[in-house]
Structure formats: C-alpha cells, structure tokens
Design a protein around this ligand. Structure first.
Ligand code: IMP
Length: 193
C-alpha cells in the first residue's frame, strides 16, 4: 500500500516511517512533486489536519494523511495550542522556545501535553486519529535531538527533555507515535476485511 504523507518535514517523515509497517510505503509531498503550500487556517488542530489532507486529496485524488501537532500548556490555558508553529511570530524553534519559557516563568504548574491529530483520506472518506503525551516544561532548553519544542518538553516519567533523551524514547512514547499506531492498526484492520 502506498500513502502520501502531506508534509515535507524530514523529522516527521523519519518518525512515522520508523513505526509504520514496512508494507506501507510512505511518500512525501516532494516525492510526488506537489510543490504548493497546504492551507492551515481552520483555527483548530483537528481542523488543520483535516484541511491539509482533504485539500491534498481534492487536488490529486491520491490517498493521503496529514498530521497537525500542538503543545498545550496548562498555566497558559492551553496555549500555544493551534498557534504552536508560529508562537513567536515565526517558525523559528529557538524563538518559540524562548517565548514559551518567558511566558511561564513564575508559574508553579508547568504541566503540558503534546497532541497529534492525524487526518487520513482514503478513497475520499476522512478519518481522524489522536495521540498525546503528557509532561512538563523544563526551566531551560536542553539537548540537541528532535526538533521544535523538544528541548523544553520533559515527558512524564523522565527527567530529561525529548531533545536530550535517546531518540528511541521519543519514538516509543511520543504523541505522533501514538497517533500513528492507532492509524496503522486501523489500516491493518481495514486491509484484512
Ligand atoms: P505542525 O504539526 O507542523 O503544524 O507543528 C506545529 C509546531 O509544533 C511546529 O512548531 C513544530 O516544530 C512543533 N512540533 C510538531 N511536532 C513536534 C514534536 O514532535 N516535538 C516538538 N515540537 C513539535
């Protein structure tokens, strides 16, 4: 089976390819020469995931999936949430992490969660899968692995950030892995019927 992952983010592609069964071939947008930017204007994480997958399917007719991820911080009432990608006004991870650390300075409760919503469109029908990982925001950026907010996110049960932990830890417990596991279990079930 061949599915287009509606992204060109190399980190996401690696993370998803590592957990998807080998009989499912995952291609990126650039692998199929799709060069346009997909819209993410719905105002919610679920809505953005659906919007990307449905736009790609309506333009190409190819079975696909997309993901949208948000970081929700309790003391900020769920922010950055849908604004996670552009929290500082740009996509720059260092600036986003700096703004987050600054905004939560002084709060005792630093609990947070990552949520990933996967939207897939198979033969024109849309389906949603959600995964989360709970944790807390550290006091400074730590580690060089991963991407995005990984240097400031410490998953529950660990004392180091996703960026400082061995990659296998993130690969095993992450929001994206959990969503992909639900998605691939569903795909497996579907191909058996
Ligand atoms: P999107 O899913 O590409 O829209 O991601 C939204 C924002 O969340 C971007 O700033 C990403 O860098 C960040 N992000 C997405 N997935 C992860 C992750 O696994 N770890 C850390 N940050 C992430």
């Amino acid at each position: 089976m061949r599915l287009i992952f509606a992204t060109n983010n190399a980190h996401k592609l690696d993370e998803v390819r590592a957990v998807v069964p080998t009989h499912i071939e995952i291609l990126s947008l650039s692998d199929v020469q799709f060069l346009d930017e997909l819209p993410e204007t719905s105002g919610t994480i679920r809505g953005n995931a659906l919007q990307k997958a449905e736009t790609f399917f309506s333009r190409t007719g190819m079975n696909c999936f997309s993901d949208d991820t948000g970081l929700e911080v309790a003391c900020l009432n769920g922010a950055p949430g849908v604004d996670t990608a552009f929290y500082s006004g740009s996509r720059d991870a260092v600036a986003n992490n700096a703004k987050l650390l600054n905004n939560i300075a002084g709060f005792e409760d630093r609990s947070a969660r990552f949520i990933t919503v996967i939207a897939c469109v198979i033969d024109g029908v849309s389906h949603l899968f959600e995964g989360e990982v709970k944790g807390k925001i550290g006091f400074s950026a730590e580690g060089t692995g991963g991407f995005g907010y990984d240097p400031v996110f410490i998953p529950d049960g660990y004392s180091q950030s996703f960026a400082a932990l061995p990659p296998l830890v993130k690969q095993t417990i992450s929001h994206r892995t959990r969503a992909v596991e639900l998605f691939t279990a569903w795909l497996h079930d579907k191909t058996l019927k």
